[in-house]
Design a protein around this ligand. Structure first.
Ligand code: SAH
Length: 354
């Protein structure tokens, strides 16, 4: 079996999935075997343009190469365990080769089809309001397991996904190398060719990785802020004890200076926790002058966690206050509450039903 170099903690046959390979890795593998660059182009074309599900279908390759590929790699989509639908949204639960389950959510927007994918099995960040963190991280997802979420949904629904958000289960910057490899694979023009501006990575604020990420390509960055000060943020997000708001904001300012990109701040509105007008003013002062916008998220209530969503009128007040202070702000369109679309909900329901 040909194991890829930088994939960390993968289990089972997905380790040898051909979808783990960036174009350059596939090319090097083939060059080592004495093949030409052209063959790498052909294989990427079979995998990501023609979308074959077996090596035997790659009819323009030499027989001996097909045999070698079969020895070294696996190919194939994820097993669909469960699918739920609501207006404008579909949610999928997939089984992995080691029987772990992952979920992803497809959303139909006026600008395109956006897929929210998971990056880890479970999550170690422990955010108080989030369902995903109730299950500690089991392992990183491999690049192939992220790529396959896209391929499987596209094949199941017979459509093309135009936007990717890394906002499913997991903290992308806690699985940095595999996530970057995944983006390299789907961004490659010889493959799925998803434009980097159509990819958004969301992080709870792992500061060193934000710095590292500023040297990477122009992918959108979203920060889960959720609080205007350390007192509230410490209570909601344990990561704040490692990298507090001052460190986070200064890393993001550096990121913006370096990349010239606008950053999104996500802010879940939790009733009587972080949704007061004075919180809005504090938030506006924190973000004043930055090239950013705030995406207010109505909280998706879950059965295990006590937080309540803010009232409509409080959401409007918060929004109006930010606007008045000159902050760019939107309220996230709410869908998916019927399909348990908030991070980790479908999987935890499935686990309980067993
Ligand atoms: N770990 C990354 C990405 C996954 S979470 C991050 O923290 O950004 C994606 C987004 O969903 C985050 O902003 C997270 O705070 C938010 N989220 C988690 N649970 C939610 C819920 N029940 N309702 C609304 N948003 C939620």
């Amino acid at each position: 079996t040909y194991y890829i170099k930088n994939a960390i903690i993968g289990i089972g046959e997905n380790m040898s999935s051909i979808y783990n390979l960036t174009y350059e890795e596939l090319l090097n593998y083939l060059l080592d075997l004495g093949y030409k660059k052209f063959t790498a182009d052909q294989i990427f074309d079979w995998l990501y343009k023609k979308r074959v599900s077996s090596f035997d279908e790659m009819t323009n390759l030499k027989k001996e190469l097909i045999t070698k590929l079969k020895e070294d790699f696996t190919i194939g989509l994820l097993e669909l365990v469960k699918k739920e639908e609501d207006t404008g949204v579909k949610k999928y639960l997939f089984n992995l080769s080691d029987n772990n389950k992952i979920e992803c959510v497809l959303m139909f927007h006026d600008y395109g089809n956006s897929l929210c994918i998971s990056t880890e099995l479970g999550c170690n960040m422990g955010c108080a309001f989030c369902e995903s963190g109730r299950l500690k991280k089991v392992r990183n997802l491999l690049p192939s397991e992220m790529v396959s979420q896209i391929l499987t949904v596209e094949s199941t629904e017979s459509l093309r996904i135009t936007h990717i958000v890394l906002m499913g289960i997991g903290e992308p910057f806690d699985n940095y190398d595999n996530v970057i490899k995944f983006i390299d694979i789907i961004n490659d023009s010889k493959g799925i060719s998803l434009g980097s501006r159509h990819i958004t990575i969301s992080t709870c604020g792992i500061v060193p990785k934000i710095k590292e990420f500023s040297n990477y390509k122009q992918v959108n960055l979203a920060i889960s802020l959720h609080a205007p000060n350390n007192k509230i943020r410490n209570e909601l997000m344990p990561i704040n004890k490692a990298y507090n708001i001052e460190k986070l904001i200064s890393a993001i300012k550096e990121y913006i200076d370096k990349t010239n990109r606008r950053v999104t701040f996500e802010y879940i509105l939790l009733r009587d926790v972080n949704d007061s007008v004075s919180c809005a003013i504090e938030l506006a002062n924190l973000l004043k002058g930055m090239n950013c916008y705030v995406n207010l998220i109505p909280y998706n209530e879950t059965t295990h966690i006590e937080f309540k969503k803010s009232t409509k009128s409080q959401i409007t007040k918060f929004y109006d206050t930010l606007k008045k202070c000159g902050i760019n702000v939107t309220i996230r369109k709410e869908f998916g509450s019927k399909v348990d679309a908030a991070c980790g909900q479908l999987r935890s329901k499935h686990e309980e039903a067993k």
